[in-house]
Structures are given as structure tokens and as C-alpha cells.
Design a protein around this ligand. Structure first.
Ligand SMILES: NC(=O)c1ccc[n+]([C@@H]2O[C@H](COP(=O)([O-])OP(=O)(O)OC[C@H]3O[C@@H](n4cnc5c(N)ncnc54)[C@H](OP(=O)(O)O)[C@@H]3O)[C@@H](O)[C@H]2O)c1
Length: 342
């Protein structure tokens, strides 16, 4: 028997990716779709401006969209692809009503009793759910996944912690799909680079400290690490590329870093890629157009690992709406199922 899942914000960029990834999922089956109020009672296949593949999947084409209300949703798990302002009101209502909420929104990521999880990085942080349920008296709970730029970065930082990682500088080149749909106007981005994304640098600087922190039984004690980010929007459809400079408290060789990256273990879950980090030796990789679908979009691809006088620098690239959003939430939900939390 499959678990019933709902998608909130099902018509948006991430919502569509959820629908696409959940079609034929071995454990999950879409039972409810919700978007803004004006869609309630309307047919998903007629309402959605479907842009992630050729056709709206058959399993949802004729589904009637429901209100963003726990009473209208029939599901074991609720995947949230809502704007953060909307998530603020809606997600706690679902958690209070007993639903497991797996959220992409930034609203609750840094809240003390809400787990911010990447299964290959900090699965033990899911234990924070018990604290959350106790604090709030909820039957359900909220678990979040990181910002789409943070997640590519932190997957590569996790194996570097053992090598004495001390500080990180990162410059991102972020895809258009990261801005949702319709996103950045084409006249603003074609032939251009926009050197500012509102709120992004703060997220990329703060979230890794929670993700790499330690759960002390009550809260997450943040990692002692400095992260400095500069974030930029570029005319690429999917795939965030990041140039990373990592500084260590000891001498680290390129070979150590390659071994650390390739040693990060994949999990035995339906959405896990065979390799979490794929290291490419070609001098001009990774590139979003060529590498974003590695591991069905769930691997991150690293290349150009070099040593300089400060430490090690490299490029990391990953699919922002798959590993960076919908795929990340689905992987979290799979881990929760495996741990018996759902
Ligand atoms: N895009 C990415 O790569 C990415 C990555 C990580 C995290 N995220 C986060 O994921 C969330 C969704 O992002 P997105 O890129 O998919 O945005 P989007 O394309 O703008 O989609 C937003 C969705 O939310 C619905 N919505 C908007 N206002 C609403 C309201 N007042 N009440 C109820 N529903 C409302 C929209 O429904 P209608 O179609 O009916 O308006 C749509 O389904 C955001 O919190 C974003 O920060 C995005």
C-alpha cells in the first residue's frame, strides 16, 4: 500500500517538479493538489501552465484542486511548495492537524525546533521532531529542506569537515527556475547577469551552520564555521553552479578532497542517486546543460578541484528544482518513512 501525499503550491515551478517526480513513485501516491484560492474546484490539467516536461502526468490531469485547508486534504504527507509568506500560516495548520509537512519554504528552516535536513548530511537532526511536537502540542510536524544554493554547497562541505574545514567563500551562478514561474522577466536576464538575489546570501551563509551543527537532545548547536556568499542570477534554465573556496586548519591536498567527496555514502532510498557527489576530471566541467541530470538530478557534480595558497577551490553544480527543492523534500519524506516516523 502506498502513502497518500498532497502537494501545496502544485501549479508553481517546484510544485510541478513534485508532481513530475511523484508520478510512479514506489511509496507515494498523489491524493490532493492545492494552489491559490482561485484554483479551488478547478481541474489541474486545465489550470496548470505545465512547463517541466511535454505533458501533465495522467495520474493528476483530471484531479480537482482543493482548498489549502487540512479539512480538504486527504494525505499522510503534505509537500509544501508555497511562497514563504503563505507557508507561514498554512504549514502550522497542517502540522497541528496531524499531517507530516515536508517543506521547501524558507519560513521555518532556521526556527529552533524545526529540523533542516539533508539525508546524507544530518539525518540525526530528525530527532528534533520530538522536541517540536512537545513544544507545540502538535500531532504532526514540519521538516524542512535547505535553500537550493545551500544544499549543493553543504553536500560538498559535509565530507570536508573531517579534513579541518574552517571557512568557506562561495560565488553562485543561479538558474532562472530558482526564481519560480514566471520568475525574472526575459528582458531583464537575457544577455545579462544580475548580481543580487534578495535574501539569498543570508540563507547560504546561515543554513550550513545549522545543517552541520550537532543535536544536543534539545536543540541544534551550530557548527563553528564561517561562510561568506555572493549570489548571482544567470541566464540558465536549470542548474545552480557555485565556485567555492574552502580554507582548512591544516594542509589539505586535492587527493584528500577527491577521496572525501567520493566517500560520501548514498542511502538506500528510492530517490537516492547511486553517487551523491560525482567528481569529474574534465577541465571544463561541471556545466549545467551537460551535468544537471546526473543521478536523475539528485547527484551534485564537482570539478576543477585545485589547491591555492588559502586552501582548496572547486566548482559544484546541481539541479536546483530536483536536488535543490522537490527531490530534496521527497528524499526527506522517504527517510522519515524508513525511520518509522510516518
Ligand atoms: N524554484 C526553486 O528552485 C526553489 C528551490 C528551493 C526552494 N524554493 C521555494 O519553494 C517555494 C515555491 O517556489 P516556486 O519557485 O515553485 O514558486 P512559484 O513558481 O511562484 O509557485 C508558487 C506556488 O504557490 C501558490 N501560491 C502563491 N500565492 C498563494 C497564496 N496566496 N495562497 C495559496 N497558494 C499560493 C501558487 O499558486 P497559483 O499558481 O494558484 O498562484 C503556486 O502554486 C518558495 O518558498 C521558494 O522559495 C524554490
Amino acid at each position: 500500500m502506498k502513502f497518500k501525499v498532497a502537494v501545496l503550491g502544485a501549479t508553481g515551478m517546484v510544485g510541478q517538479k513534485f508532481v513530475q517526480l511523484l508520478e510512479n513513485h514506489p511509496w507515494f501516491e498523489i491524493s490532493s493538489l492545492a494552489a491559490s484560492e482561485r484554483r479551488v474546484g478547478k481541474i489541474y490539467g486545465e489550470e496548470v501552465n505545465w512547463i517541466v516536461s511535454a505533458n501533465v502526468p495522467d495520474c493528476v490531469r483530471d484531479m480537482e484542486m482543493v482548498a489549502m485547508d487540512p479539512k480538504s486534504v486527504d494525505a499522510d504527507i503534505v509537500f509544501s511548495a508555497l511562497p514563504s509568506s503563505v507557508a507561514k500560516e498554512v504549514e502550522p495548520k497542517f502540522a497541528e492537524a496531524g499531517f507530516v509537512v515536508a517543506s521547501n519554504a524558507s519560513t521555518y528552516r532556521m526556527v529552533e525546533d524545526v529540523p533542516l535536513v539533508v539525508p546524507e548530511v544530518n539525518p540525526e537532526h530528525l530527532e528534533l521532531v520530538e522536541v517540536q511536537k512537545r513544544n507545540r502540542g502538535w500531532d504532526g510536524f514540519i521538516v524542512t529542506n535547505p535553500n537550493c544554493t545551500t544544499i549543493m554547497l553543504v553536500i560538498t562541505l559535509k565530507p570536508l569537515v573531517e579534513l579541518g574545514l574552517r571557512s568557506v567563500r562561495v560565488a553562485s551562478m543561479q538558474a532562472l527556475s530558482g526564481a519560480g514561474y514566471p520568475g525574472v522577466p526575459s528582458m531583464a536576464i537575457m544577455d545579462n547577469v544580475i548580481p543580487y538575489i534578495s535574501g539569498e546570501e543570508e540563507k547560504v551563509e546561515e543554513e550550513p551552520l545549522k545543517l552541520l551543527g550537532k543535536f544536543d537532545g534539545n536543540r541544534i548547536v551550530p557548527a563553528e564555521l564561517k561562510v561568506s556568499a555572493s549570489c548571482h542570477r544567470v541566464p540558465v534554465t536549470d542548474g545552480h553552479t557555485e565556485a567555492v573556496w574552502a580554507e582548512f586548519d591544516r594542509n589539505v591536498e586535492v587527493e584528500d578532497v577527491v577521496n572525501a567527496f567520493t566517500g560520501l555514502k548514498s542511502l538506500d532510498l528510492p530517490t537516492s542517486p547511486e553517487k551523491v557527489i560525482v567528481v569529474r576530471n574534465e577541465v571544463d566541467r561541471p556545466q549545467p546543460r551537460l551535468d544537471r541530470d546526473e543521478g536523475k538530478g539528485m547527484s551534485v557534480v564537482v570539478g576543477r578541484i585545485r589547491k591555492d595558497e588559502w586552501g582548496i577551490k572547486y566548482i559544484v553544480m546541481g539541479h536546483n528544482t530536483v536536488r535543490g527543492a522537490a527531490g530534496a523534500s521527497i528524499l526527506n519524506a522517504e527517510l522519515m518513512v524508513k525511520k518509522g516516523m510516518i
